[in-house]
Design a protein around this ligand. Structure first.
Ligand code: ADP
Ligand code: MG
Length: 271
């Protein structure tokens, strides 16, 4: 039996629950089923990489996981005790209001292909906007934290720059710092290097590797096969809205079981 719905288990179970459980997630757009009953478990400190063809539903799954686009069916459970988009009242699940939802979603950081920085704010203003502007945290403390985070990604001297004055790789590192400033428990990345010039990909991957090394729990949709192979604790191959294969990266790369993954790995641009 799935333990996913059994919230009481957290107190009785000696082992800590998975940090994230997506249970039977389905998302439709009209007649099209973009994600079809997907379940995914992510343990604390894991780096799950998701690969698959364009249009297979990878972005939709990530957006369902953090409820930017709530799923039509299924649940997302954080740390065994929070059902995303809901609160537990007695033995019932009650839907959250948008404001409550926004607070809850801060536990999940997200980085997009297009960095989505505010163009008219400086790097520092971009980073402290949510913690200070929205969460009303102490401004000086947040600035101090932001500068330390910037320094950790090699951008200590760019805090007063505007996004347009930065390279794509620098902008993406700022976007990562902006997400980290909220102190999320898990980070989702949706093809974070796909919009970058090839020579800038490495610096962003290095930042992500360092984050993984420090123990951040991550779910990364990526076309960077070498990164997935090296960094992933679990590799997921997504095909037509379902997880077609998952397991240790070396196993999927060396012994793909499905014809679809075999073909995917033989693509000329798969490296
Ligand atoms: P991937 O990220 O793997 O390229 P997506 O999750 O973006 O795939 O898309 C999966 C499917 O869902 C595609 O067929 C896409 O056209 C469709 N889709 C995604 N978002 C929307 C949307 N907002 N409205 C309608 N269809 C969508
Ligand atoms: Mg996508």
């Amino acid at each position: 039996m799935s333990t996913a719905y059994n919230m009481a288990e957290k107190t009785t179970d000696q082992e800590s629950p998975p940090l994230l459980q997506a249970v039977d997630i389905t998302k439709r757009f009209g007649a099209r089923v973009a994600v079809n009953g997907v379940s995914l478990t992510v343990d604390r400190g894991e780096v799950v990489c998701i690969i698959g063809r364009s249009g297979s539903g990878k972005s939709t799954l990530l957006r369902c996981i953090n409820h930017l686009d709530p799923p039509d069916d299924g649940l997302v459970i954080l740390d065994g005790d929070t059902v995303l988009g809901h609160k537990i009242v007695g033995s019932r699940l009650k839907e959250l209001r948008p404001r409550e939802m926004a607070v809850q979603r801060r536990r999940i950081g997200m980085v997009f292909q297009q960095f989505n920085l505010f163009p008219y704010k400086t790097v520092l203003q971009n980073i402290i906007e949510a913690p200070v502007g929205v969460m009303k945290r102490d401004r000086n403390k947040e600035i101090e934290k932001a500068l330390a985070l910037l320094s950790s990604v090699g951008l200590a001297d760019r805090s007063d720059a505007y996004p347009s004055q930065l390279s794509g790789g620098e902008q993406q590192r700022v976007a990562i710092v902006r997400a980290l400033a909220m102190e999320p428990e898990i980070m989702l990345f949706d093809e974070p290097t796909s919009a970058l010039d090839p020579e800038l990909v490495g610096e962003v991957l290095a930042t992500m590797k360092e984050l993984a090394r420090k123990g951040m729990t991550m779910v990364v949709v990526t076309h960077e096969m070498a990164f997935a192979r090296e960094v992933a604790t679990k590799l997921v191959y997504f095909d037509r809205g379902v997880i077609a294969e998952q397991g240790p990266p070396a196993e999927l790369f060396e012994r793909p079981r499905t014809a679809a993954l075999q073909a995917f790995l033989r693509r000329p641009d798969a490296s």
